[in-house]
Ligand binder design. Structure first.
Ligand code: DO4
Ligand code: MG
Length: 294
């Protein structure tokens, strides 16, 4: 069962059919104390709707904060150690990979998030930018996992590599995060064989592709959530990106015009084109656009 936020309202999908969810608040909907049961009851009681076909899918976010976990895959640990070696920061990444307490950092507010088909951005003052494809958890205000989506933790590797204290600037800026296309509803962990794939297209050809599986994720999502909710309350719930297991070779940097395609099979594909410089305010951030009348 998948939940979509669109220009024509909210829809739940099952077996290829879309059903309208007549809640007027995304925040209230995703905080529902039995979201799965509530959506199932809608599917059982209502007729499928044709309206989804003409709607534009938006980022599945309301007022939730977006957080991220780091160095949760061996590949990320090694790449970070290398990029920060000359700054003397390499040791921190090795230590956090092995430590009991995970690395958690603030990633984005909703206005910085791109939805499916929106532009993501690379910073003008960065020379080495990469996407990070990450399984992303939707967590309700009670600290329970309510669903899963695809996340892109856009990162400026040269800024982070110069000094780990620059992490917030490497990670948090307008359109530095993409989420979508939907929320796969459920609280059970996804299977370890689940793949996360990325393709980066330049002028229509694949410039980089990579794949990992959740078997490589070192920490249980529930443990990451438990740390995030320690001493922290989230009245609207939160999104938590769980870290990247795919890092392109050091010779690779994103360029304006690249297309990033991230697929996690049971959830779907999140696709975004890259821009550099001033975002076009008329095309986003999408969650600030009013819903069209249906
Ligand atoms: O420590 C810096 C960030 C790590 C990260 O974003 C990741 O491993 O995905
Ligand atoms: Mg990341």
């Amino acid at each position: 069962m998948k939940l979509y936020r669109t220009t024509k309202g909210f829809f739940v999908e099952q077996d290829g059919r879309y059903y309208r969810v007549t809640s007027d608040s995304w925040d209230a909907l995703v905080a529902h104390d039995d979201l799965q049961g509530y959506l199932l009851s809608i599917i059982q009681k209502s007729e499928a709707s044709e309206d989804f076909a003409s709607a534009r899918v938006l980022a599945p976010i309301g007022n939730q904060e977006v957080w991220a976990a780091g160095v949760t895959y061996y590949r990320s640990r090694s790449a970070r150690m290398e990029e920060s070696k000359s700054a003397g920061g390499g040791d921190f990444y090795d230590r956090v990979y092995a430590a009991e307490r995970p690395e958690l950092f603030f990633k984005a507010t909703a206005n910085r998030v791109a939805g499916p088909g929106d532009h993501v951005r690379i910073r003008l003052d960065a020379a080495w930018s990469v996407p990070e494809p990450e399984l992303t958890l939707l967590i309700n205000p009670r600290g329970q996992i309510a669903g899963f989506t695809v996340g892109n933790d856009m990162s400026s590797r040269d800024i982070e590599g110069e000094n780990p204290l620059y992490l917030p600037q490497a990670k948090v800026y307008d359109r530095s995060c993409a989420l979508g296309p939907c929320i796969l509803i459920g609280s059970e962990p996804l299977a370890a064989v689940t793949t996360i794939r990325i393709e980066i297209l330049r002028h229509g050809s694949i410039e980089f592709s990579g794949v990992t599986t959740l078997a490589e994720l070192k920490r249980a999502p529930s443990t990451l959530v438990e740390y995030l909710f320690r001493e922290n309350s989230f009245p609207f719930g939160a999104f938590l990106l769980t870290g990247t297991g795919i890092v392109p070779p050091d010779s690779f940097t994103l360029a304006a015009g690249d297309r990033i395609r991230i697929t996690i099979d049971p959830i779907g594909t999140l696709e975004n084109d890259v821009i550099q410089g001033t975002p076009n305010r008329t095309d986003g951030p999408n969650q600030t656009q009013p819903l069209e009348q249906s």
